[in-house]
Design a protein around this ligand. Structure first.
Ligand SMILES: [Zn+2]
Length: 276
């Protein structure tokens, strides 16, 4: 009997210690987050060492707020604070998201979502190309993607293009096609002079759904790390709600738990070495 009693005491002690440690970690992370966000000035954003005119290239309507909301809002905020340092941002979406035949609805949702994020409809371009269908089974031709991106890069005189990395965050082949398109331009020496490509870094699934708790790890990594303040997080969630045709139950989980709604880690795409 005494043995059972001791086990109960022992388990209770372990539970209490675990609870205290867990609470302590949460408090420390939230404190660090608040500290970094408070001292963080968007006009000093590490993004601006790369350029002043930005093009965000996405594959589907809703990618802009599911994955790139921190970057978009940081650029917009810097522009509104310092319009003299002319900064502009454009969104180029390479499909209308027609996999479930909802392309026309999704196009309107994209415009609405961008407007919530601060990007006017005149700065949003949506491509509908028969060889680039919205499909989880289709990899788009890298030269086709690359040349479309190049056309808009030149037309809009942007100096920074931001898109997905080689794992496309969710592994969607259309996302990965955007990376392939940018790599094509880099490897073929077709990148306009002064233009740089930044890629949204894919993290593992555990980190992906850690929300703000991925922040300590993110700031310790290489690259350009952008962190949204609470106001931006709420705005990103509002933009996501504009995609009402996509709001199935697991999207709500994504909205509340994904670190991409709060943190963007960007790395620069470099030309492959011939010996690689
Ligand atoms: Zn997508």
């Amino acid at each position: 009997m005494e043995f059972v009693h001791n086990i109960y005491i022992y388990l209770g002690l372990i539970g209490t210690i675990s609870f205290i440690l867990f609470s302590l970690i949460i408090v420390v992370v939230i404190f660090l987050y608040a500290f970094v966000v408070c001292i963080y000035c968007p006009q000093k954003s590490p993004l601006f060492k790369f350029g002043k005119r930005f093009l965000i290239v996405i594959a589907h309507p809703d990618d802009e707020c599911m994955f790139f909301a921190p970057a978009i809002q940081q650029i917009k905020s810097a522009f509104s604070r310092h319009p003299e340092n002319f900064t502009d941002i454009y969104i180029l979406c390479l499909s209308i998201g027609d996999f479930y035949k909802q392309g026309n609805i999704r196009k309107k949702e994209l415009i609405q979502s961008c407007s919530i994020l601060g990007v006017p409809s005149g700065n949003v371009f949506v491509i509908q190309h028969t060889k680039m269908p919205d499909s989880p089974h289709c990899v788009w031709r890298d030269d086709l993607v690359g040349r479309i991106i190049l056309k808009y890069t030149n037309m809009l005189s942007v100096d920074v293009v931001i898109s997905f990395d080689e794992r496309g965050v969710s592994g969607h082949p259309n996302h990965i096609s955007l990376f392939n398109g940018l790599s094509y331009l880099t490897d073929e020496d077709l990148v306009p002079v002064g233009c740089r490509f930044l890629l949204l870094k894919t993290v593992n699934k555990l980190r992906k759904y850690c929300s703000v708790f991925d922040f300590p790890l993110s700031v310790c990594e290489d690259g350009c790390v952008l962190i949204s303040c609470p106001l931006y997080i709420l705005r990103a969630q509002r933009a996501m709600r504009a995609h009402s045709s996509q709001l199935v139950w697991f999207r709500w989980l994504y909205i509340f738990f994904s670190r991409y709604m709060i943190i963007n880690s960007l790395v620069e795409l470099k030309k492959k070495n011939k010996t690689d």
